[in-house]
Write a protein that binds this ligand. Sequence first.
Ligand code: FE2
Ligand code: FE2
Length: 476
Amino acid sequence: MSNVINSERIPNNVSLGDDKRLQRALEAWQPNYLKWWLEMGPSGFQNDNIFLRTAISVDSDGWANFDYVKMPNYRWGIFLADAVANRTIGFGDHMGEPVWQQVPGEHRNALRRLIVTQGDTEPASVEQQRLLGNSCPSVYDLRNLFQVNVEEGRHLWAMVYLLHSYFGRDGREEAEAFLERRSGDQEKPRILGAFNEPCTDWLSFFMFTFFTDRDGKFQLMALAESAFDPLSRTTRFMLTEEAHHMFVGETGVLRVCDRTAKVMAESKKDHPDDLRKLGVIDFGTMQRYLNLWFSLSLDLFGGEISSNAANFFASGLKGRAREERYENHRALDAFKSLDIPKDDGWIKEDEPLRNAMNEVLRDEYVEDCQRGLDKWNRTIASHGISFQLTLPSRFFHRHVGTYSNVHTDPKGQPIPREEFEKHKGEWLPTEADTAYVQSLMSGPVFDPKQMANWISPPKQGIRGRAIEFEYVRRES
Ligand SMILES: [Fe+2]
Ligand SMILES: [Fe+2]
């Protein structure tokens, strides 16, 4: 184990060369991965030189190297954060015992399931985003898309490493299955709902990287607490990459807000039809996109009341994000108050805390999302525009858990199904919204000096380069 990532055929900092069996197994998976990447990865840019960052060490400062690389030559590999000496289990029934370097037999199935569920999201998002390059608003954004894509590919490698190393033949089969499922495919879909939704325009992409990648952040934070030390170390390094994905989402939506608010202030117009004539995305449309991606992402945390979540916590497989901030690490003799639908309203019910762990994580997620919205709203207000984007209630438009059987308005007020259907077009993107947003993006912007009309330029370029820097050198 070293901080520095070596330059073997599969770059790694886990002394892969010392474990010939594992090395051979991963080298056998590598060409299949590459085949999947070429078939399902970014469409049309595989020959281009992209200004990408690559991990060269796992030190928190200076882990990345920036240079031009063709995506198929990206150095995907296996990078684990440093081991913490004498680390002990921080929560659950085994609190205080040494962490595990191998998978205990009794937790094998549950751990495999956690790793497979996380791993499946990584290639799924690459598939969802594969056509977006052809409608990019700028070369800067195009490069950011590809950076996210190659890192999601790297996250797949991270999970495949765990499966190959610790789960024998089952693990190898799961690693193959990652390359066989396809986002949105009827026959062999990806495991989780949001990862089968189409992400066919850049507003969706920015919402996805803000809301859906943020679910990833919180799942990784909970797994970073795991008693299974290799999982903890793997996810800790993934979090350093994940931060960039959320930066892309947060600043992407912020720049769209900035542009729309600016055009509204200059033109003194606020009707969506007028704004659409001016070629910007009206805030009503933005709010509907936000409602969609927020609600889809809330579902990813799983049911509000979950015996699986309780078992994961009890056995030490999955903790809470930043577990050290909590006091009661066993989460026994504690309850969480939940809103349960009853008749036409809600009643409060106390649920044993361990059963409500998904909701605990979701609470933190919602709070984190709100911070981003506050920034967007400050940007809108800075142009003297009074519109505010809001998070819908967590009861709204849910398909998983306690709230999946009720219809509510975005404020969380229960309403009959007919009422929901009647107003759906005010609350969720309509076909006309999507068609309009896509019409804005019908032509890609490949001139580094240009920026699409519907989005403001970023505050700064990447790694000290100008915003107009040629982040993508097109060869084709
Ligand atoms: Fe990821
Ligand atoms: Fe991500």
